[in-house]
Design a protein around this ligand. Structure first.
Ligand code: F6P
Length: 364
């Protein structure tokens, strides 16, 4: 391998730049390989937007959030949005453009840093187009199954726990119920960890459909003990048991769920049923922006170094992963398509329950 491409795909996560930096540095310092940055995810491959990377390009990026290469989650080469001269957009298969640009750029291998969606595209590029690809898992949601943890998760958790600390004092001052909505469409890892770290009273996650009764009972029990305020963490994918009519109907009208904001519906329902004064904070992309915390920088660096080594050794169709504290490689085909959700009987959930945290599925 003499020229190694690297691209970032899907939503960003703090630590992407640390991976890029590690790929570039290990290419230059350990393997005498030329790193080539592909811009804006897979669209850079389809449209040939790329540049050889030098040390100058990566200086100072370790603590920076985002990605110096840019990213997008709209551009799948197999279903590519192509704008015709008359302005109409149509979906085309642009995978042969990827193959052509691979050759044009002289790439011998490609590191794809992405979440489940981007890694599935990488796997297909390897399987159907025969391209030499190595994957690096990325998501703040921590829901990629083959790896124990992804970079960006710790940074997101820290932002969410900090938000809870701040909400705590104002909740106490006003005797309010405060809802904090955090990211996690399919999995409640951020909500569960941040809730534990930030002293939440209730944690609502997609894996445990909830009822309002136990949640409100928790507020009342706290009030009886002289604590007439409560903190609730809501993962954006959380839903009530049976998927109440109200939620589904209002979703269609407002689009709230799609845009983030399920917690407004939860809050309204809590307020109406309990009479408590309720306020909502949607943390949103604050969880994805900003500087990665040190553990994310270290994991991202280790992933970048190992992905480069795998590429240089010709071990394609693989993905790096963290297992038992070691960076290992797993087949991309086994890594994609299986979301890692919070096991409802895990030690972590049990520990939360043991200290009185309510998930909304408790018996009356
Ligand atoms: O998968 C990462 C994630 O941050 C999810 O938690 C969230 O639902 C989604 O991305 C938001 O995506 P976008 O930035 O496209 O709104």
């Amino acid at each position: 391998v003499r020229r190694l491409g690297v691209l970032t795909g899907g939503g960003d996560a703090p630590g992407l730049n640390a991976v890029i930096r590690a790929v570039v540095k290990s290419c230059l310092f350990s393997h005498r390989v030329t790193p080539v940055g592909i811009y804006d995810g897979f669209s850079g491959l389809v449209e040939g937007k790329a540049k050889e990377l030098e040390l100058d390009d990566i200086w100072g990026i370790l603590p920076r959030g985002g990605t110096i290469l840019g990213t997008t989650n709209r551009h799948n080469p197999f279903r590519y949005p192509f704008r015709r001269p008359d302005g109409v957009e149509e979906i085309v298969d642009a995978s042969q453009a990827v193959v052509r640009n691979f050759e044009k750029l002289g790439l011998d291998a490609l590191v794809v840093i992405g979440g489940d969606g981007s890694l599935a595209i990488a796997e297909r590029m390897h399987r159907e187009l025969g391209l030499p690809v190595v994957g690096v898992p990325k998501t703040i949601d921590n829901d990629i199954s083959a790896t124990e943890v992804t970079f960006g998760f710790a940074t997101a958790m820290e932002a969410a726990a900090d938000a809870l600390d701040r909400l705590h004092t104002t909740a106490e001052a006003h005797h309010r119920v405060m809802l904090l909505e955090v990211m996690g469409r399919d999995a409640g890892w951020i909500a569960l960890h941040a809730g534990l770290a930030g002293g939440a009273d209730v944690i609502l996650i997609p894996e445990i459909p909830f009822r309002f009764e136990p949640v409100i009972a928790k507020f009342r029990a706290r009030e009886r003990r002289g604590r007439p305020f409560s903190l609730v963490v809501v993962a954006e994918g959380a839903a009530p048991q049976g998927g109440s009519q109200v939620f589904q109907a209002e979703d269609k009208v407002t689009g709230w769920k799609r845009l983030g904001g399920i917690s407004y519906l939860v809050a309204q329902e809590i307020a109406e049923r309990s009479g408590y004064e309720v306020r909502v904070t949607v943390l949103g992309h604050i969880q994805r922006g900003g500087s990665p915390v040190p553990v994310d920088r270290i994991l991202a660096t280790r992933f970048g170094v190992e992905a480069t080594r795998l590429a240089v050794e010709g071990q394609f169709g693989t993905m790096v992963a963290l297992q038992c504290g070691e960076i290992v490689s797993v087949p991309l085909s086994e890594a994609v398509g299986h979301l890692k959700r919070v096991p409802v009987n895990s030690q972590l959930v049990k520990a939360a329950r043991a200290i009185g945290i309510v998930f909304g599925d408790e018996d009356p």
